[in-house]
Each structure stands twice: as C-alpha cells, then as structure tokens.
Write a protein that binds this ligand. Structure first.
Ligand SMILES: Cc1cc2nc3c(=O)[nH]c(=O)nc-3n(C[C@H](O)[C@H](O)[C@H](O)COP(=O)(O)O)c2cc1C
Length: 231
C-alpha cells in the first residue's frame, strides 16, 4: 500500500461516517482496515508527517477539584487509578519503570503496579533481571502511568527499597502456577519506590493543562498546583 493512501485512509473514515449513506461498518470491514494498517510500510523519510497527523490528548478529562486536594499524594493517586479503571482504561495498573544502568543511562520497561500505600508504590520481578541488577547497584527509580481516556498521567520518583522476604514470597505465591514456574526461592522480589516527588498531570484539549506536584518535605509534603500550563 502506498503512503498517500495511508494518510488518505486516516481522514477518509470520519468523512465517510458523516455522509448520509453512512452505516456502521461490519466487523469484516473493520478487520480489513486493521489488516491494511498492519501491512503499511511507512517510509522513514515521511514518518514525521505521519506522526504529526496522529491525534493525541483525545480523552475527556474528568472534573478536578483543586480546592479539595489531599495533603499527600497517595489518596489522589488511588482516586485517579480508580477513575481510570471505572472509565475502562485497559490495564490501568500498568506503568513504565525507569532505573539507572551501570553505564549511567536510564533504562525503562513496562510492568504492573502491585500495591500502593503509605510505604510507597510496589512492583515485582526477578532478582536476576536487568532491573534487579540495576536496583541492587542504584536503588532509585521513576514510575510513570498514562491513562489516555482521562488525559491523565502520573510520575513517581524516589528511592527504592526491597520488601521483606515474606512480602516477596507472598507476591510470588499470588501469581499463577505458570507465572511461578522456574522461579526459585529468593529470586522473586517485591520492591517499593518511596517517593520524593509525585506529579499528577491532567491534559486539556485546549492545551491548558494542570499539574499538581507533591514533594517530600521534612514533615509531610509540599503541594504545588499549576493551571493553564501550555505544552
Ligand atoms: C503489560 C506488561 C506487564 C508487565 N509486568 C511485569 C512485571 O510485573 N514484572 C516484570 O518483571 N516484568 C513485567 N513485564 C515485562 C517487562 O516489561 C520487562 O520485559 C521485563 O521485566 C524485563 O525487564 P528488565 O530486563 O529491564 O528487568 C511486563 C510487560 C508488560 C508489557
């Protein structure tokens, strides 16, 4: 398929939808379009054009009560996570974890949030993994969530602490038999990020974004709210 048809198709569908003869596409038609998309070969020289044409911030931001914000980040995070789940965001507990490699270069991967509370944001994985080695050498990390349907993102960063042997074993025991297969005692680790900074970002279609930043202070948290932030 030619590149021009790729851009054309992206625009053709909405026009088609508003025409008087429009009727809902059959699942066969949708499957056909998906297959066409999958088979596109995008010329590298035109990637920037295609990328610029892709919509972003297409969700609907829920009302945000800036006057009623909690004094600490965990309750706000739990509320946002719950709203993301309620809005049907797929896998709202999936996040990107960044660690620091031994070459001082950040390394990031997707994983699942295992717990959140006063002790921090918990995730788990094998001790022998890259992240395991990186965390053993440099116990700090950043964890990012993005919930497109709500135009919301959360960034957590801080030091990382390994949970107790019992907690790690309990997390492993809660996994399916298949997921436990081949993982020996002591190999599965539950870690917690003890946050020093948590940023809540809510986008807006008119680009007036809102950013709420909690930073750890001596006794509790400071909170900064920025509205009408352009980005
Ligand atoms: C949706 C999703 C969830 C994942 N959950 C985990 C997880 O909870 N723990 C984990 O170690 N890897 C998980 N992975 C795999 C990681 O992305 C990664 O490939 C793996 O942890 C190895 O990363 P590392 O080599 O940097 O340690 C998940 C991947 C995806 C796409």
């Amino acid at each position: 398929m030619k590149w021009s048809s790729c851009l054309h198709l992206g625009r053709a569908l909405p026009i088609w939808r508003t025409s008087p003869e429009w009727s809902a596409p059959t699942s066969e038609t949708l499957w056909h379009y998906r297959r066409m998309v999958a088979e596109w070969t995008l010329p590298v020289s035109e990637m920037n054009v295609w990328l610029r044409a892709q919509p972003s911030l297409t969700g609907i931001a829920p009302p945000l009560d800036l006057a009623g914000l909690p004094d600490e980040p965990v309750p706000l995070f739990v509320g946002w996570l719950g709203q993301a789940a309620a809005e049907g965001v797929p896998e709202p507990h999936a996040a990107t974890l960044a660690t620091i490699g031994e070459d001082d270069v950040p390394d990031a991967r997707t994983l699942i949030l295992k717990d959140v509370g006063q002790r921090g944001w918990a995730f788990a994985g094998p001790r022998s993994s890259r992240k395991g080695a990186q965390l053993a050498a440099r116990p700090s990390a950043a964890l990012n969530f993005w919930w497109p349907a709500l135009m919301r993102a959360v960034r957590v960063r801080g030091l990382v602490r390994e949970a107790s042997v019992e907690e790690s074993a309990a997390d492993l025991a809660a996994r399916s038999v298949a997921a436990r297969d081949g993982i020996g005692p002591g190999e599965w680790v539950l870690w917690r990020i003890i946050p020093t900074r948590v940023e809540f970002w809510q986008g807006s279609a008119d680009r007036d974004h809102t950013r709420i930043v909690y930073e750890r202070a001596n006794s509790g948290w400071t909170r900064t709210v920025t509205t009408k932030e352009r980005g």
